[in-house]
Design a protein around this ligand. Structure first.
Ligand SMILES: Nc1nc2c(ncn2[C@@H]2O[C@H](COP(=O)(O)OP(=O)(O)O)[C@@H](O)[C@H]2O)c(=O)[nH]1
Ligand SMILES: [Mg+2]
Ligand SMILES: [Zn+2]
Length: 403
C-alpha cells in the first residue's frame, strides 16, 4: 500500500446530487436579462429526459459505486498543495490546465476519477474547471487532477449511441452569417440558435459583410430575433462596423464559433484578436469539410486587453473580473461545420422561445405541431403571434430537412 503523504490528505464528503442546472456565473447583468427566459425554462419544467444523462456527467469526483447510487463525492483538497485551473485541452492521458496566472500544468487524472472514464467518455474534457494537486518538482509544472467541478453546460455529440462530451462551460455561441455572398439564411441561423439553446449556451447572432447591403434590408429578419431577446450584431471586417461591440461581448467569455463556410468567421476572429492570424479563404476555394479527423477540442486564450475591448466605456465593466478572466476561443474541430448538435426532434419546439409558450395548449401531448389539426402553435401562427418564417424553420428542423 502506498504511504500517505503528509499535508496532502484527501477527505471525501458525500452529498446527494441536485437535479438542477448550475446557474451561469460569469455573465454580465445584461446577459442575465437576455438569458432569463432560458434560465426560467431550465429551472422549471423540463423539456426532455436529458436531465438524467446530464446528472450523471456533472460529477465532481466519484468512484464507480457511488456514481451508480447517485451520490456525489466532494473531495476536500489542501490549498497549499493545490491550484485551481481550467482544462485547455486533453491529449491522451494528459490534460493541459491553465491556472489564473496563465501557467500551464501538465496533468494526469487521479485514479478515483479515472475509473469512470471509458473509451468514449473522458472524465476530464476541455473547458472543465479543475483542482490540480501540484507535483513534487516545482519546476516541471506537473500535477494530478483531483477534482472536476460540475459542468455548467456542455457541447456533446452522440457517437455509437452514447453521449460524448466535447467541451464544457462555454459562455457564448457566436453564430456567424453573412448578409451577402453567401446570402442570409435565417432558417439556418434558427438552427444554430436551437443548438445553442439546447446546450444552454447564450447565442449571439452576427451578420457579417454588412458593407455589401443596405442595413434596412436586413431589418425584417433581425427584428424577430431581437424581439425574442437574442443579441444581433451587424459587422463588417472591411469597414470595422460592429467589431468593437463584438469584442466587448466576447471579452472575458468563452466562445464557440459556428456558421457556414465563407461568411467571414476567420476574418472576424482575426479582427477581434489579430494575434490569432487565422487563414482567410476565398469563398469559392474553401472546402474544408472532412479535413479534420480529430475531435480534440481546445480552448485558445484570447488576450484582448481591457483597453482594446473598450471596456472603460462599458457600463458593465468590472475591473476585478476583467483582470482575472480573459476568455477563450473554443475550437471544436470536426463539429464546427455540423449544423446541429444532436437535437432530438421531440425537443425542438421547446428550444423555440416563441413556440414554447403555446405547447401546453395543443390538444395532443405529443403534438408535432405540423400535421395535427387541433394545434395551438398553428393557430398562433395564423393569428400572427408566432412569426411565420420562424415556424417554417421549426418545421424544417423538426423533419431534419437539409437546408
Ligand atoms: N465584403 C466583405 N467581405 C468579407 C468580410 N469578412 C470576410 N470577407 C471575405 O469573405 C471571405 C471568407 O472569409 P473567411 O473569414 O475565410 O470566412 P470563413 O470561412 O467563415 O472563415 C474572404 O474572401 C473574406 O475576405 C466583410 O465584412 N465584408
Ligand atoms: Mg475560416
Ligand atoms: Zn401542436
Amino acid at each position: 500500500m502506498a504511504k500517505k503523504k503528509k499535508g496532502k490528505q484527501v477527505r471525501a464528503n458525500f452529498r446527494k446530487q441536485q437535479n438542477t442546472r448550475v446557474r451561469k456565473r460569469d455573465f454580465t447583468r445584461e446577459f442575465e436579462e437576455d438569458a432569463d427566459g432560458v434560465n426560467d425554462q431550465r429551472s422549471g419544467e423540463r423539456v426532455s429526459g436529458k436531465g438524467h444523462l446530464t446528472r450523471k456527467r456533472t460529477i465532481s469526483g466519484v468512484d464507480a459505486e457511488t456514481a451508480a447510487s447517485g451520490f456525489e463525492v466532494e473531495l476536500e483538497v489542501d490549498d497549499l498543495t493545490c491550484v485551481r485551473g481550467r482544462v485547455l485541452r486533453v491529449h491522451g492521458l494528459n490534460s493541459f490546465v491553465s491556472d489564473a496566472t496563465g501557467t500551464i500544468w501538465q496533468c494526469t487524472v487521479r485514479g478515483i476519477l479515472k475509473s469512470l472514464s471509458t473509451d468514449l467518455q473522458h472524465v476530464v474534457v476541455a473547458g472543465d474547471y479543475v483542482t490540480v494537486q501540484k507535483g513534487d518538482d516545482d519546476k516541471t509544472n506537473q500535477g494530478v487532477i483531483v477534482r472536476v467541478e460540475p459542468r455548467r453546460n456542455q457541447i456533446s455529440r452522440t457517437s455509437r449511441k452514447r453521449q460524448q462530451i466535447i467541451v464544457s462551460n462555454v459562455d457564448l455561441a457566436m453564430i456567424v452569417a453573412s448578409a451577402k455572398e453567401p446570402g442570409l439564411k435565417p432558417n439556418l441561423i434558427d438552427r444554430f440558435i436551437v443548438s445553442a439553446e439546447q446546450s444552454n449556451i447564450v447565442p449571439v447572432v452576427i451578420i457579417n459583410k454588412a458593407d455589401l447591403v443596405e442595413a434596412a434590408d436586413l431589418q425584417p429578419a433581425i427584428g424577430v430575433w431581437c424581439q425574442l431577446g437574442y443579441r444581433v450584431i451587424l459587422t463588417s471586417t472591411v469597414t470595422g462596423q460592429g467589431i468593437d461591440e463584438l469584442r466587448r461581448i466576447v471579452h472575458g467569455r468563452d466562445c464557440v464559433v459556428t456558421g457556414q463556410s465563407g461568411v467571414g468567421k476567420s476574418s472576424i476572429l482575426n479582427a477581434i484578436e489579430p494575434g490569432l492570424q487565422l487563414k482567410v479563404s476565398s469563398v469559392s476555394s474553401e472546402n474544408q469539410k472532412g479535413r479534420h479527423t480529430t475531435t480534440t477540442a481546445q480552448l485558445i486564450p484570447l488576450s484582448v486587453t481591457t483597453k482594446d475591448a473598450g471596456a472603460e466605456n462599458d457600463p458593465l465593466f468590472d475591473e476585478t473580473e476583467q483582470l482575472y478572466r480573459k476568455g477563450h476561443l473554443v475550437d471544436t474541430p470536426g463539429i464546427r461545420q455540423m449544423q446541429l448538435w444532436d437535437v432530438i426532434p421531440e425537443e425542438v419546439a421547446g428550444y423555440f422561445r416563441d413556440i414554447r409558450p403555446f405547447i401546453n395548449e395543443c390538444r395532443f401531448p405529443n403534438c408535432s405541431h405540423t400535421h395535427e389539426d387541433d394545434c395551438a402553435i398553428k393557430w398562433a401562427v395564423a393569428d400572427g403571434k408566432i412569426d411565420a418564417r420562424r415556424y417554417e424553420s421549426y418545421c424544417s428542423i423538426r423533419y431534419g430537412d437539409e437546408l
